[in-house]
Design a protein around this ligand. Sequence first.
Ligand SMILES: Nc1ncnc2c1ncn2[C@@H]1O[C@H](COP(=O)(O)OP(=O)(O)OP(=O)(O)O)[C@@H](O)[C@H]1O
Ligand SMILES: [Mg+2]
Length: 265
Amino acid sequence: MLLIKSLTKYFSKNTPHQVLALHNFNLKVKKGDFITIIGSNGAGKSTLLNLIAGTLLPDYGEIRLDGEMITYQPEYKRAYWIGRVFQNPLLGTAPYMSIEENLALSLKREKRGLRKGINQEMREYFRQRLSELGLGLEKDLNKKAGLLSGGERQAMTMLMATMFKPKVLLLDEHTAALDPESSKKILKITEELVEERKNDLITLMVTHNMKQALEVGNRTIMMDRGQNIFDIQGEERNKIDVNFLLQQFSKLRNQEYIEDRLVLD
Ligand SMILES: Nc1ncnc2c1ncn2[C@@H]1O[C@H](COP(=O)(O)OP(=O)(O)OP(=O)(O)O)[C@@H](O)[C@H]1O
Ligand SMILES: [Mg+2]
């Protein structure tokens, strides 16, 4: 269980540029939940994920995972149980390292620093896992990650973010920088990798695509001005569509839902 209570985060506190990025944010997530998060620009989505990962520390509030208070636990410690994939495909893999070296690095997280070279057994495992992605990456384990396409790198990052069996998976618009075809593939891979561990993984996925938000996962929350303003799951969620979400936003906030990408799309 991931429990977030009254989480509050300011940027540039006590200056004229003060921003209240997260405001008394509450969320209770049970194991196996796959939550999609939507919300306009600046709603606080990335800030929330950064606070869970420990990249940022809150001003107020608490985060508990399986009963353990982790609100101020350093980021490197949380890396043992958090897998992350960002929007930028360049961030997830080390470009000058080979595919197998990248994957081995990820496995080390599970083994907590075990320093062992890459052996034949590991290679076989990598080949098998890569072939499941369906992109042919298993054919050359020595290829440098920097030579892969954005979609291929993001697929590898997805694998690396789940292979060490984290408790929490954080995805921040991880398909947004890809072409539509690759984006679809990565989403499919995401669903498969999450499904594999569905009973003991918590997944939070930020997306700007409202349709996608309702199709993937089992629960959707809408954020606005640092708060969780709408939370829907189960049967109720199956019944709604994008229009309903937009109407819900207007009703709750008494204004239209405005977002760069909605306008641009
Ligand atoms: N490092 C920072 N310094 C100052 N302000 C920040 C910083 N990071 C975020 N903010 C501000 O905090 C608010 C929330 O930002 P956040 O990045 O969490 O939004 P978001 O929901 O992820 O938006 P987007 O959809 O554009 O990615 C915004 O007003 C943003 O400008
Ligand atoms: Mg963001």
